[in-house]
Design a protein around this ligand. Structure first.
Ligand code: SAM
Length: 384
């Protein structure tokens, strides 16, 4: 693995932050969210009972608490950030589920972990997109899964990440580059708090989000569902996803021979509906894949501009961001379904970007303040 696959974790370790913490004060809701995710992914909690489970990058362990409550027989957690691993350990050990499984905590990177045997379920959330070698990471994850076992990974892509990329641009334009990243994140947090008040279910704290989304190093975020399935190749097949988009009307008795498997069917469906990731509240009807690809290309341009701004902090790119958003809206108007509100929100985003350097913290985001994409998509894969 190239060193840059470690950049995200090294940023956390260097700044001594645990930026992915979630508010789980209402534990029932947290468990319902996790149960909903597992249900989308086709994993009944009973599947975990007595099974071997590996979690890579548990962060601070909030998600691990639900997994532990499903009583796996063996539960191994691999986390390079010792602060996060310690928090995970404390959370799990003081919970009422602590005696239900044999738990092992390992303070290392995925690449340095070589167990003697595989696992029935391998969880790897929030880790692969944005790394330098996502395919390698996915293949390493799959190596750790027992035959017919399940891997859960997260995917992302430029359309899903568009609202995040625009917020990154706004955040970078508002922040004072001469300050430490922690200070910069703190200063821009109030600006984004009004945005996140529009997002029910947001369980992360806004300053953590700002630190991670605006200032953390990221390689290309694009690790789409088709890209993940291609990397999985013949080692694993599409099983399910969250959001659930897959439907298969083939008669199961005919899913044999060359027809066996679900991956190519999933890729075909995704290529026509992936623009629904632009707005987490919408599901647009299928569209012409060529128009969808044009949208992907424009969202990719905005993502690239956000990275350029992160590296040189040169605000001269802002007009190009606004123009690209305008072009994207022109294409979005061509797809079927009710895209009007999303188009208006993106136009407001373009206006906010063009005003931000003049008006600073007062830049008005209009409807864009309530636009959030389906930033990451969970994918479950069955090992062959
Ligand atoms: C964005 S957080 C996600 C935390 C949690 N899984 C979640 O979804 O809320 C990514 C986690 O992966 C860990 N991580 C990053 N690179 C890693 C690597 N190469 N091997 C293992 N863990 C890694 C980070 O330290 C961090 O805890």
């Amino acid at each position: 693995m190239k060193k840059s696959d470690r950049a995200q974790a090294e940023f956390y370790i260097k700044n001594q932050v645990l930026p992915e913490s979630q508010d789980i004060s209402e534990l029932d809701y947290h468990f319902q969210r996790r149960a909903a995710l597992y249900s989308h992914l086709g994993i009944p909690p009973l599947f975990l009972k007595g099974r071997s489970v590996l979690e890579i990058g548990p962060g601070n362990g909030e998600n691990s608490l639900f997994t532990l409550s499903c009583m796996p027989g063996e539960y191994v957690l691999v986390e390079p950030n010792s602060g996060g691993l310690e928090k995970t350990k404390q959370l799990l050990e003081k919970s009422r589920f602590s005696d239900s499984s044999a738990i092992t905590y390992l303070n290392c990177f995925l690449d340095d972990y070589s167990p003697d045997s595989g696992f029935d379920l391998v969880l790897c959330e929030g880790l692969i997109p944005g790394r330098a070698n996502p395919e390698n990471l996915l293949r390493k994850v799959l190596e750790l899964v027992n035959p017919q076992g399940i891997a859960v990974v997260t995917c992302s892509e430029h359309l899903a990440f568009l609202s995040d990329a625009v917020r990154k641009i706004l955040g970078l334009a508002l922040a004072e580059p001469s300050l430490s990243v922690l200070e910069q994140a703190k200063n821009i947090t109030p600006f984004f708090e009004s945005h996140f008040s529009n997002l029910p279910g947001m369980s992360r704290n806004v300053k953590d989000w700002a630190l991670d989304n605006v200032f953390n190093h990221t390689e290309d975020i694009n690790f789409s569902i088709p890209r993940a399935l291609e990397a999985a190749g013949s080692d694993a097949d599409f099983y399910s996803s969250s959001p659930v988009f897959f439907s298969d009307w083939r008669w199961y008795k005919q899913i044999t021979g060359k027809e066996f498997g679900f991956g190519s069917h999933a890729v075909d469906l995704w290529s026509r509906i992936r623009h629904s990731t632009l707005n987490h509240t919408c599901q647009f009807p299928p569209a012409d894949p060529n128009v969808v690809m044009a949208l992907v290309g424009l969202a990719e341009r905005i993502f690239d501009l956000s990275r350029e701004l992160a590296s040189n902090r040169d605000l001269n790119i802002l007009p190009e961001v606004s123009e690209t958003l305008l072009e994207l809206v022109g294409k979005l108007r061509l797809v079927p379904g009710d895209t009007a509100w999303t188009c208006d929100a993106l136009l407001d985003a373009g206006r906010a970007v063009s005003q931000v350097r003049h008006k600073g913290i007062a830049a008005d985001c209009g409807r864009f303040a309530a636009l959030f994409g389906k930033g990451q998509q969970h994918l479950s894969l069955m090992k062959r």
